[in-house]
Design a binder for this molecule. Sequence first.
Ligand SMILES: [Zn+2]
Length: 254
Amino acid sequence: MSARSVVLAYHAVGPIPRSQLRNTFVPLDVFERQMDFLARRRSVVSLDELVRAPAAGGTVRVAITFDDAYRSTLTRALPVLERHRFPATVFAPTAWLGDRNRWDAAREDLELELMSDSEIVECSQRGFEVGSHGHRHVDLSRASEEEVREDLRASVERISALLGRSPRYLAYPYGRASELARKAAADAGFEEAFALEWQDEPFARSRVPIFPHDRGWRFAFKVSGRYAGLRRSRPVAAGYARLIRPLRRALSSA
Ligand SMILES: [Zn+2]
């Protein structure tokens, strides 16, 4: 994707817990300041606009996304986004709606509630895009072809049943895609699919994950459009690997 375009990946919004999941949280006041910054300095657009219309120079375009459909996205983040009239996309792991983040038994030190079916419908009615985060939140880069296709089929079916239309976008659980998964995503009818910052190719577009410590200049840099490209450059990637490993571990449960 163009260096003038950035897709942000959030998870939960709220007080940072004592948990392995801590790096997937952004406190509400930090989130509010980040949105204020975007309102002043960036152009916030929908994923649709970012995917379909080429960047035309000028202000960096930012699209906002949330993985896992945690209830805090609806109760804490959406009111802030609505105040700014910012579009956003929620990626739901459809098998777990109305349940908790029980997909990774090894990381059950913090159970978080996901939105219910009706709350997902409410998100959509309030103008937010609902995308797929797979069905059972399995690592689609490692699953068998049959598993990947079945998981995507189930997720598309569930969202179509809830909203009356199929999801246009997919975010891979754990931010990882394989060639097989990318092909399956295209075959399942998605228009585009999103990974995280270490990948950027068709049907595995780069997103920039936002962590609790991304305040001030760190956030400004991450939404500068230069960050993701720099992260993928070889010398930086090697040095950064040591830094990013614990963050990736935290994200692997998210
Ligand atoms: Zn996830």
